[in-house]
Design a protein around this ligand. Structure first.
Ligand code: NAD
Length: 366
């Protein structure tokens, strides 16, 4: 098999710490599997601004386009907070998303039994949660035109436009169906079709695409009901597919059902297939650069380790190695290893560890 070409953009703050630890774990997990990696490291975010005067150079974007997948740590920090909008570290994320045409954001939310007590909901509600939010990432109200602000009598009016076309809905619906196919084969499409024309079209197109996937059970849910169901009975969901703004909100709510931000992976998939025949994608932890703990060696690397597992599953076609890594993380947590962010006060018998010790513990289980 060809070597998987991975562009590593560790970024700022805790990004480099969690990335180094995670790559070591992934290499260990892939040992003897036939899969080899060709890692290329580069700069994105504040560190790129410091060196190149821009958060994302054309050269890095070119390298990203040629890679089979991109691994991103985190970008940003107080040092760059006063820069003009176009030079802010976060612009690197937008540049990569647009440049790689990443239209589908996949965020799993799975409860790890050992961490049930870290959730803010009751154990009987969250026990067994294993869902995936597939969010449309490049359309809808965040990009729709017209948008703007006009002076009117008595003040201003400001406006945005929620707009979706048939092809845009088709490709995100297919991403949802494909994801459901390798899971429990249930897809919930979330919209507001009782009010919005764009949602009526969304629902029609999802039903049309459903004919290509007779093995998947489809239902439709209004977004307000979905928000309620996520906290009432989250176990009913397998894959949720939804538009940009609803997905932005629901994926945060779904993710937090499972506990700490230091645990949450995410992946964004593009239209383009990579050299291995799988969707090119960008993989990153949900958390930011955590400047308050950067450089202390205490950041939780598990979100990045789990992001590497998603990369193996979706962009490298190696679900077997992904599962091995996810299982190792579960075992380590069962054994009581905890970084500071997932220590629950009052819980006894837990072993507090830093970034490297946590990665070492995961490697020991592989
Ligand atoms: P944050 O996620 O960086 O931190 C929030 C809190 O969670 C902090 O107390 C932090 O210490 C803790 N935390 C986060 N990740 C952790 C981990 N792996 N282990 C242990 N604790 C962890 O969010 P913020 O403070 O709002 O933002 C800090 C910077 O990160 C800002 O510049 C922001 O713009 C940027 N940011 C970047 C991304 C990204 O790169 N995708 C995402 C969000 C925020």
């Amino acid at each position: 098999m060809a070597k998987a070409k991975i562009l590593v953009l560790a970024g700022d703050g805790i990004g480099p710490e969690v990335m180094t630890a995670s790559i070591a774990v992934m290499e260990k997990a892939a040992k003897g599997s036939g899969l080899k990696f060709n890692f290329e490291q580069d700069l994105a975010g504040g560190c790129s601004f410091d060196q190149n005067g821009t958060p994302l150079t054309d050269d890095v974007l070119k390298k990203a386009k040629k890679a089979d997948a991109v691994l991103l740590g985190a970008v940003g920090g107080p040092k760059w907070d006063t820069l003009p909008h176009e030079q802010r570290p976060e612009r690197a994320l937008l540049g990569l998303r647009a440049g790689l045409k990443l239209f589908a954001n996949l965020r799993p939310a799975k409860i790890i039994p050992a961490l049930i007590s870290a959730s803010s909901l009751k154990p009987e509600i969250v026990g067994g949660i294993d869902l995936l939010v597939v969010r449309e990432l490049t359309g809808g109200i965040y990009f729709g035109k017209p948008r703007g602000r006009k002076e009117i009598k008595g003040g201003f009016k400001a406006f945005n436009t929620e707009v979706y076309s048939t092809p845009e809905i088709e490709r995100i619906a297919r991403a949802g169906f494909e994801a459901a196919r390798v899971r429990r084969k249930k897809l919930t499409s979330v919209d507001k079709a009782n009010i919005l024309e764009s949602s009526i079209l969304w629902r029609e197109v999802v039903n049309q695409i459903a004919k290509e996937y007779p093995d998947i059970q489809v239902d439709h849910m209004y977004v307000d009901n979905c928000a309620m169901q996520l906290v009432r009975n989250p176990k009913q969901f397998d894959v949720i597919v939804t538009n940009n703004i609803f997905g932005d909100i629901l994926s945060d709510a779904a993710a937090m059902l499972t506990g700490s931000i230091g645990m949450l992976p995410s992946s964004s998939l593009g239209e383009k297939k990579n050299r291995l025949g799988f969707p090119q994608g960008m993989y990153e932890p949900v958390h930011g650069s955590a400047p308050d703990i950067a450089g202390k060696g205490i950041a939780n690397p598990l979100a990045t380790i789990l992001s590497c597992a998603l990369m193996l599953r979706y962009s490298l076609g190696r679900d077997d190695i992904a599962q091995k890594m996810e299982k190792a993380v579960e075992v380590v947590l069962q054994k009581g290893y905890r970084c500071g962010d997932i220590m629950v006060s009052g819980e006894e018998g837990k072993i507090k560890v830093g970034t490297q010790e946590m990665a070492d513990a995961v490697m020991k289980e592989l």
